[in-house]
Design a protein around this ligand. Structure first.
Ligand code: BDR
Ligand code: CA
Length: 306
């Protein structure tokens, strides 16, 4: 059982990953922190609460974090995720309040309360994670590990950029935060576009047909989210659920150990994650292959479970 604290920016695929987590016995989500990314942080916070409440998990605390990346204004992705950040799914506004702590204080406290036990999952820009590491420099060594969705590593034909030609959105959004986290010493498992853009991991109309006639809340919400993305983008990318999948079945993805440079700044190469044989870089685990068929089977069977 993985004790998980999760930093996210929901976002359609973050929400799909959260539904998957709530239906999976391998993980226990003990807290969520929210960050600006796909949407402004007020919206990502509300969205996390909307999903939790709808699925009867409002007891999981949500702590709000950074309103913008460390050194720059936010450039959100609402044009992709819909004007509410969740494909205009119509979920009611939440009744529960946010946790009184800020995200970085929440992260620090959760880890110090259970040293070595917490797995941090990060599926948005790494702003909150970097801020927490800055606040408590022991955090990287006190975490069990950090599993993140981010980067494009040229390890497969799909490992190219999605925000720019070469850079992935989460890293591009806050490259300074990513640079700090990738050099912090924390044990990183990075799930990047190399695997999440693999066409075998994508949900299509055909998959939607398999779940449409089932009438549980989890299935209804998942179907709505998937439907929106299929309608406007051709298929539903499973970036963030694939990061979560690392904790559900470690045989679904292959990882290779690599040293990764994160390009900071605001030039054409902003946010590139480059594998380099440099002595100054830390080794991280980078996803290099995925069994998309088995992953989708697991995803669908979990959300269909009553
Ligand atoms: C990542 O960017 C966001 O838009 C998604 O939620 C995912 O975390 C994919 O590049
Ligand atoms: Ca995300």
């Amino acid at each position: 059982m993985n004790k998980v604290v999760w930093d996210m920016d929901p976002g359609i695929d973050d929400a799909l990953a959260l539904i998957l987590a709530l239906k999976s016995p391998e993980v226990r989500v003990v807290g969520i922190t929210t960050v600006a990314g796909n949407a402004p942080v007020e919206m990502t916070s509300v969205n996390a609460c909307r999903v939790l409440e709808y699925l009867g998990a409002a007891n999981i605390p949500v702590a709000r974090g950074a309103a913008h990346p460390l050194n720059r204004p936010l450039e959100d992705a609402l044009s992709y995720h819909g004007s509410d950040g969740l494909g205009n799914c119509g979920l009611p506004m939440p009744l529960t309040s946010l946790h009184p702590l800020k995200a970085w204080d929440f992260l620090v406290r959760s880890v110090l309360d259970a040293p070595g036990e917490v797995t941090l999952v990060a599926t948005g820009p790494l702003t909150n994670v970097a801020s927490a590491f800055k606040l408590q420099p022991k955090l990287p060594e006190l975490l069990a590990r950090l599993v993140l969705m981010g980067g494009a590593y040229s390890l497969t034909p799909y490992g190219k950029g999605n925000r720019t030609t070469f850079a992935e959105f989460n890293i591009w959004e806050d490259p300074e935060a990513a640079h700090m986290v990738f050099n912090s010493g924390v044990d990183i498992f990075a799930v990047g576009l190399d695997v999440t853009m693999d066409p075998s991991t994508c949900l299509s109309n055909q998959h939607l047909e398999q779940i449409r006639d089932r009438n549980t809340k989890a299935v209804r919400l998942a179907a709505q989210l998937v439907e929106y993305e299929v309608k406007y983008h051709g298929c539903c990318r499973m970036h963030d659920p694939l990061a979560l999948a690392v904790l559900l079945d470690d045989s679904l993805l292959d990882f290779t150990l690599a040293k990764v440079e994160v390009v900071k700044g605001n030039n054409w190469d902003r946010g590139i994650t480059r594998i380099l044989p440099s002595d100054n870089l830390q080794l991280i685990h980078v996803a290099s292959a995925v069994d998309g068929h088995r992953f989708l089977k697991l995803f669908l069977s979990r959300i269909l479970e009553e």
